[in-house]
Design a protein around this ligand. Structure first.
Ligand code: FAD
Length: 450
């Protein structure tokens, strides 16, 4: 097979494992990444104290970047109106482009008051505590009464951060707001173990009593909750905590009221019915409304694709092919509604293809599966004249503030490892691009091919 030039946009798990598969097949892979450092959510999403998991992934990613036919350009974001766009990448005529930009858009419920201070999306909040610029330097202050909307693992991570690891004062109460009932939790038991000691057992039993009738109408018996989904309520925590973790089931937010300083003061909610649909259940809002006092609200309801990347965009997602003759392959191909056909050679993988779906292993699987189709396409892709790596770097440097190469990333990791050792901490991350670029070796040096 001829060695062709393939671009990968995004260096999260999906982009990096895609790069590995394409490079292992002999192609020349160029990665363009918004963040200075590679890793995506493996760096900036996975819980900060999961050092072992993060270190293991970092090792695998370092091996991928070390492949001789893989180039990396960090601190380079694709934007439809920016100096680097999908069109400018296509103009360099790579044989294929694999988009692995993740789900960087924010899901909005479109309710009044959503822009109040103290209201955050989980992605931004998690980026903040994982030190991703610019979120790392922005205000994500939390108060004494925090609501988290959503019942997945991300909710648990955020509760864990607020109740255990966040520096400074801890909240008095963290309340999980869930559309459906206790049987519809989405988190893993072993993740909830981290915060179970904060679960207010008495309040939880009262909450079960409050929703028991509605649950019963959907064929659920809340008296069995302890045996199935909430085993923790069978026992009291060994060390009772000042901060309490509570649940408010069958509840949907409908509006936010702010105080005179513009910070959230109350969350208006409606109560829901639970409707059985075969094996599944669905929430249906009633007109029973109330207002709950909170000074912080975090939406952990999943994310959506970022429309500003410039790929054809539908409702919250990039558009992919719907060819019924081969739906699996088609689901990875970018579809252009303007022309009514696929954009030949453009592919989507990972969370860019299916937002907020699954763990790293799933993103990897998706990327590798997508690359099976990319590789098949490359077998017959036309040979084109594409710029070499020096030319691409020159072009990027002309368009960007400071481009970070894979050698620069190595220097960054060395500098951060040195800092961690000096401070006696398991991990250290520079929280601003300025500091990262400085550590790589002067802004100017990073600019001139790190
Ligand atoms: C809070 C949280 C906790 C998690 N914890 C775990 C866990 O404990 N274990 C686990 O296995 N999984 C965990 N996951 C899931 C895991 O992080 C994802 O499955 C995985 O990171 C998705 O990979 P991805 O490459 O598709 O997207 P991402 O990881 O989001 O990577 C996207 C990459 O694209 C780049 N990018 C974005 N926009 C642009 C642009 N415009 N131009 C160029 N580059 C761009 C970004 O810089 C980033 O490098 C967690 C996820 C979250 C949100």
């Amino acid at each position: 097979m001829d060695s062709l030039s393939v671009y990968v946009v995004g260096a999260g798990p999906a982009g990096l494992f895609a790069a590995r598969k394409l490079a292992a097949a002999g192609h020349r892979v160029t990665i363009f990444n918004r963040d200075v450092r590679p890793g995506g959510l493996a760096e900036y999403g996975i819980y900060p104290m999961k050092h072992h998991m993060k270190a293991g992934l970092r090792k695998q990613f370092a091996k991928i970047l070390a492949m001789p036919n893989v180039e990396y350009y960090g601190n380079v974001a694709l934007h439809c109106d920016g100096p680097l766009s999908c069109e400018s990448l296509r103009a360099w005529q790579p044989a294929a482009i694999v988009y692995a930009v993740g789900a960087q858009g924010t899901k909005k419920l479109g309710m009044p008051g959503e822009d109040a201070r103290g209201v955050y999306s989980a992605k931004d909040f998690v980026y903040h505590y994982n030190a991703l610029p610019p979120f790392s330097s922005q205000d994500f202050s939390t108060g004494r009464r925090v609501a988290i909307v959503g019942m997945g693992n991300v909710m648990v991570d955020i509760a864990r951060w607020l109740l255990i690891d966040q520096p400074g004062a801890k909240p008095n109460e963290v309340t999980v707001i869930a559309r459906r009932g206790p049987f519809e939790v989405k988190f893993d038991e072993k993740e909830f173990d981290y915060v179970e000691q904060f679960l207010d057992r008495e309040a939880f039993r009262e909450e079960l009593a409050r929703v028991s009738e509605v649950a019963a109408a959907a064929g659920q018996d809340v008296s069995t909750v302890a045996d199935s989904v909430f085993p923790w309520i069978k026992t009291e925590p060994a060390t009772p905590s000042q901060s309490k973790l509570k649940f408010r089931f069958l509840t949907s937010p409908v509006g936010i009221e702010a105080d005179i300083a513009g910070r959230i003061e109350r969350l208006r909610v409606v109560e829901n019915l639970l409707i059985r649909q075969g094996e599944d259940t669905k929430a249906r809002a009633t007109d029973k409304e109330s207002a709950l006092p909170f000074d912080t609200l975090i939406f952990a309801i999943g994310d959506v694709a970022d429309p500003t990347v410039g790929l054809p965009y539908g409702k919250n997602e990039y558009l992919c092919n719907t060819d019924p003759s081969d739906p699996d392959r088609a689901a990875y191909e970018v579809f252009d509604t303007a022309t009514g056909s696929i954009i030949t050679g453009d592919y989507l993988v990972g969370w860019a293809r299916k937002a907020s779906e699954g763990l790293v292993g799933k993103a990897r699987f998706d990327a590798e599966r997508g690359c099976d189709y990319v590789l098949k396409y490359l077998e017959h892709a036309p040979a084109r004249s594409t710029p070499g790596s020096a030319e691409i770097l020159d072009e990027l440097q002309a368009r960007s503030e400071a481009v970070v190469t894979k050698q620069g990333v190595e220097r960054l990791f060395q500098a951060e490892a040195g800092q961690a050792q000096a401070l006696g901490v398991p991990e250290f991350k520079y929280p601003t691009n300025q500091e990262m670029l400085g550590a790589i070796g002067e802004l100017r040096e990073a600019h001139c091919a790190a």
